[in-house]
Design a protein around this ligand. Sequence first.
Ligand code: AMP
Length: 237
Amino acid sequence: MVRGIKLVVFGRQGSGKGTQCSRLAAYYVVPHISTGDMLRSLLGSKLTTASWLFEKVNRFVQAGELVPDDVIVEMVADRLTKDDAHNRGFVLDGFPRTVSQAEALSKLLTFSDVDLAVELNVPEKEVLNRLLMRRVCTKCGENYTVTTPPKVDWTCDICAGDVVQRPDDTADIIKKRITLYNTQTLPLVQWYKDRGCFISVNGMGNLDVVTQRLIKAINDNRTRRSLVSETEVSETR
Ligand code: AMP
C-alpha cells in the first residue's frame, strides 16, 4: 500500500472509471471524489429539491450535459479543503472534464498540482454497449449488468437498495454524453501531456487485471519522475 497521491482520472462514460477510482482510492488511502456521485446525492437530498441549486443542476444532469463550471468548481473546491483530501490527496473522478476545469483545479491546488492525470482508455463501441446494459443501485451506487431474462424488482446485493437504469443511460443521452467526452474532455490529454503528468492505461479486460495495470502504470510513472527530479537536483549541485 502506498499512502498519498493526487490523481485525476478520466475516461469515457462506461469505462469502469467509478469502480477503478474507488479501488485506487483504497490502495493509495485517499478519498475518492466523484463529481457525478456528488451531484446525484445533491439532487436526491430533500434539502436541495426545493432550492435554486436543484434547478440549476437538475436539467443538465438529466439531459447528459455539463453542469456550469461555477457550480462544479465551487463544489470541488469545497471538498478539497476537507482534512482527508487536504492532508493526504485524492482520486478525482469526473473532474476536470474540460480544459477550463483543469485550469481551475490548478489554481485551487496552489502548493503543488496533481501528481498524475490518468486516462482509462476503452473504445467508444465497447462503452456504448456497457452503458446500455448498466444498472445501478439507487442507494449505494453499486453497478450491475442486465441479466437475461431481465430481473424484476431488482435489489442490491450490498445494501438492498433498488437497482435501476440511470435516467441518463438511455441511447440518445449516452450518445450525447460520449460526443461531449470526445469534444470537451479529450483535449485534456494534450493539456496534461504538455505538463508532463499524463498516462493512458488500457481499460479493457477484467476488473482485477485493469486495477493491477493502473497501479503498476501509476507507480512506475512516480518512480520514473522521482528519479528524474533526483538527477536534476544532483546536476544543479
Ligand atoms: P458521471 O457520473 O461522471 O457520468 O456524471 C453524471 C453527470 O453529472 C454528467 O453527465 C454531468 O451532467 C454531471 N457532471 C459530473 N461531473 C461533471 C463536471 N466535472 N462538469 C460538469 N458536469 C459534470
